[in-house]
Structure formats: structure tokens, C-alpha cells
Design a binder for this molecule. Structure first.
Ligand code: NDP
Length: 445
């Protein structure tokens, strides 16, 4: 980097011990170097220095009582990163690995992702180091209520609208929304991913997984390929992975793997999705249960080996940095020609270099998984209108948004001289809209 190196150096010195945040900022700033060359007025206006600094960061105590009557204390976060083009929008992650660095990386990425959707939403993210695994329903409820007891004063339907993420699904959104409603005495669209009887949108549950497939389908078509008869490897078995599998199968692909944080399953016959839904969504059990009813399938302890399974297309849908350099090399060696990121930042920078060097068709997370937040924004629109669209209407809008994201990212990549580089294209297309708004607001913003 030339013009933006100093911006990155300041991020590192001002935010020590935040490696995930540094990683996300570096990737974006590297892509924006040609933008800084082309737009000296944005350099002059300090847009780059401002965009890497969150507008507001809230860190709070979350106390709750477990089933044994013992007091538990967790840490809650909400990073309101950038509201230049709309209210802060981004999910709430409940996972023991959550810390300030993780939430800031996610919030930073969200600025550009949300901008790419073409909808008026700013970037934010939140969550807690609470571990939902093994907790009873009552414990989940008490945690969510305590979490919202502090969070409610910082959010609002025109200020900040959180959603789900790892560990936060329909059940958790229900407990949080109930508490928000009780505290604020309002029934507004302050969270998305709501239940269908109290303001939720059809397709929101499926949106990230379906959107990933719509995006990748467009990227494949541009290179004369399709999902039909392709062998697809997917990681994770949560919300994104399950609905990515569903749409991949509808498009004629054979999905052969899924995983959770303990290990992965490989089914050479193709994954039986009804069985997975029963295990993960109904019984909330571990993915290894699958092999007891599917004798041809195998279960392997540990996650990284999943990328040694030969496939045409890989869709990482679990968590950050799940594909490292060695896994990326293995995927390419085994003939994988396309990678689409359902999870946020699932590939290390070294893995991304391997994709780009080998001309892999690569859909980076902030473009490829934007379907979830886009449909959340459609949920907000329906809440404002106090009206609900049909499944077909929302699905058609989602599809069009994903096709447009692909077109805009690839047009920006071409404009800046690297037509196939969708990382660069997505970062630039997302950034330009936000930068324009920030400049128009003047320096105090
Ligand atoms: P879920 O909690 O529904 O599922 C997460 C899945 O990933 C589970 O199978 C989980 O296994 C596995 N997983 C979590 N942490 C790890 C880990 N450290 N190592 C290996 N596997 C792990 O979350 P989502 O499906 O909603 O989210 C998955 C990814 O997609 C995340 O990166 C999220 O930020 C991203 N995303 C989600 C969106 C959404 O709409 N939900 C929108 C855009 C992006 P286990 O059950 O063992 O924990």
C-alpha cells in the first residue's frame, strides 16, 4: 500500500490485540488504494481515517441466573460502526469466541456489505461471549432478557436494527424482542428475523443461504458454468449452511458435506437434508448423529479436513478463517473451480491469494452472503408499511438484489482494471456510496 498504509498503521496501534479487525481493515484498504488515487478529495476529507473508526462502541455487563441458581456474568457488545446511508444494521453473535476484535471486524465488513445491497442501511454488529451450547431453554431466555435490558436503550427502528447471527436464531430473537417490547412499550421493527406472526418476513430464514446460491449462480454463468450436476462441499450446519444446501439441491447440485464445530460428515450419495433439519433444527443435536441413519456416510472428528473432500464448488458457511492456505491449496489441487463465502471472512488472506492466483471463481463474503441483511432490510420495509409480501415476492426481490450485487461488484472490478477480482470490486462498490454520503455530511460526521 502507498497512500493508505498510514491509515492501516494507525488502526493497528490504536486497536492493539484485535487481529480479526486488523485483517478485515487490511483487506479493504488494499482494495481501496486505486480509489484513493482516483479521488484525492476523499483523501483530503479524511474519509479513510474516519471509516475505520466506529461511530460508537457499547460494551456492557450481562448478568443472569443459571438453572442451578448460580449467577453468571457475560459481556455484551454493540458496535455502531457507520450510519452514513441508513440506520445501523447487523446481527448479534452469541459464541464464546466473541470479543471486541471479532465484533469490530464483523461491524466493519457490514458497512460495505449493506451498502452493496443497494438498500438504505448502515453497518453495525453485536453479540456476547455467552455460549448457548448445552444451555436450557430457560437459561437462553434469561440471558436474552438480560442482554436486551441494556441493549434496548441503544437501538431503535430508525437508529439501529439488530438481527441474528451465529447462536442467535428465531428463538433468541423472540426472547429479545419480547423484552424490548416490554421495556419500550412499543411494537416496532427494532429487530429482524422476527416470527411470522409478529412482523417477520417470509424468506428471511432462507435468505443468506439462498442468496449465496443466487450470487454464485450468476458468477458461474458468467464463466459458462452452472450448479447442475456439480459436486458441492458445504461447511457448517446452521442457518446459512442448511438453506445453502437446500437451494444448491434445487439447482441440481450434489452436496456431499456438512459440519459443526466438532467434525464433518461426508455422504457420497448426497446429503439428505430432511435428516439434517431434524437433527439440527428440531433436536438441536450434533451433526455426527447423521451417520447412524445413513450407513454410506462417514463422520470425521475435527473441522479442517472437510476441505480435503474433492468438490467442484466449495461453500464455507460456518465461521471466520476456516479455510487456510493449506486447505485452499488442497481444494484447488482436487479440482475445485469456485468458492462462495456464506460465512463472514471464512478464508485467511493467504487462502484468498491462492484463489486469485489460480483464477478460481471467488464470491467474497460481503457480496455473496449479503442476502440475509438484504432480506432484513426488506423486513424493515414491510414493518414500515405494516404489510407483508408473499414468499414469491420476497424471493424475487432477493434474487434481483443478488444479481445486482454481482453486476455492481464485477463492474467496479472491471472499472479498476481487474475484471475477475470480485474482492476488489465488492469493496470498491460498497465503499464509494458510503464515502460519497460521508463527504456530503461535512467533517463533523
Ligand atoms: P448458526 O449458529 O446457525 O450456525 C453456525 C454453524 O457453524 C454451526 O454448524 C456451528 O457449529 C458452526 N460453527 C460455529 N463456530 C464454529 C467454529 N469455530 N468452528 C467450526 N464450526 C463452527 O450461524 P449462521 O449459520 O447464522 O452463521 C454462519 C456464518 O454465516 C457466520 O460466519 C455468520 O456471521 C455468517 N452469516 C450469517 C447470516 C445470517 O443471516 N444468519 C448473514 C450473513 C452471514 P456448532 O453448532 O458446533 O457451534
Amino acid at each position: 500500500m502507498n497512500k493508505l498504509q498510514a491509515v492501516y498503521d494507525q488502526v493497528v496501534s490504536r486497536n492493539p490485540n484485535e487481529p480479526e479487525f486488523h485483517q478485515a481493515v487490511l483487506e479493504v484498504l488494499e482494495s481501496l488504494e486505486p480509489v484513493a488515487e482516483k479521488h484525492p478529495e476523499w483523501v483530503e476529507a479524511g474519509i479513510f481515517e474516519r471509516i475505520v473508526e466506529p461511530e460508537r462502541q457499547v460494551i456492557f455487563r450481562v448478568s443472569w441466573v443459571d438453572d442451578a441458581g448460580k449467577v453468571q456474568v457475560n459481556r455484551g457488545f454493540r458496535i455502531q460502526f457507520n450510519s452514513a446511508i441508513g440506520p445501523y444494521k447487523g446481527g448479534l453473535r452469541l459464541h464464546p469466541s466473541v470479543n471486541l476484535s471479532v465484533i469490530k471486524f464483523l461491524g466493519f465488513e457490514q458497512i460495505f456489505k449493506n451498502s452493496l445491497t443497494g438498500l438504505p442501511i448502515g453497518g453495525g454488529k453485536g453479540g456476547s461471549d455467552f455460549n448457548p451450547r448445552g444451555k436450557s431453554d430457560g437459561e437462553i431466555m434469561r440471558f436474552c432478557q438480560s442482554f436486551m435490558t441494556e441493549l434496548y436503550r441503544h437501538i431503535g427502528p430508525d437508529t439501529d436494527v439488530p438481527a441474528g447471527d451465529i447462536g442467535t436464531g428465531a428463538r433468541e430473537i423472540g426472547y429479545m424482542y419480547g423484552q424490548y417490547k416490554r421495556l419500550s412499550n412499543t411494537h416496532t421493527g427494532v429487530l429482524t428475523g422476527k416470527g411470522l406472526t409478529w412482523g417477520g418476513s417470509l424468506v428471511r430464514t432462507e435468505a443468506t443461504g439462498y442468496g449465496l446460491l443466487y450470487f454464485m449462480d450468476e458468477a458461474l454463468k458468467a464463466k459458462g458454468k452452472t450448479f447442475k450436476d456439480a459436486v458441492v462441499s458445504i461447511s457448517g450446519s446452521g442457518n446459512v449452511a442448511i438453506f445453502a444446501t437446500e437451494k444448491a439441491q434445487q439447482l441440481g447440485a450434489k452436496v456431499v458435506t456438512l459440519s459443526d464445530s466438532d467434525g464433518y460428515i461426508y455422504d457420497p450419495e448426497g446429503i439428505d437434508l430432511d435428516a439434517v433439519k431434524e437433527i439440527k433444527l428440531v433436536k438441536r443435536a450434533r451433526i455426527k448423529e447423521y451417520v447412524s441413519s445413513h450407513p454410506k456416510a462417514t463422520y470425521t472428528e475435527g473441522c479442517s479436513g472437510i476441505w480435503s473432500v474433492p468438490c467442484d464448488i466449495a461453500l464455507p458457511c460456518a465461521t471466520q478463517n476456516e479455510i487456510d492456505k493449506a486447505s485452499a491449496e488442497l481444494l484447488v489441487k482436487n479440482g475445485c473451480y469456485a468458492i462462495g463465502e456464506g460465512a463472514n471472512m471464512p478464508s485467511t488472506p493467504e487462502a484468498v491469494d491462492i484463489y486469485l492466483t489460480n483464477k478460481i471463481i471467488y464470491g467474497p463474503a460481503k457480496a455473496a452472503n449479503a442476502g440475509g441483511v438484504a432480506t432484513s432490510a426488506l423486513e424493515m420495509s414491510q414493518n414500515s408499511m405494516r404489510y407483508s409480501w408473499t414468499f414469491e415476492e420476497v424471493d424475487a426481490k432477493l434474487k434481483q438484489i443478488m444479481v445486482d450485487i454481482y453486476k455492481n461488484a464485477s463492474a467496479a472490478a472491471a472499472e479498476y482494471g481487474d475484471a475477475d477480482n470480485l474482492v476488489m470490486g465488492a469493496n470498491i462498490a460498497g465503499f464509494e456510496k458510503v464515502a460519497t454520503a460521508m463527504q456530503q455530511f461535512g467533517i463533523a460526521y
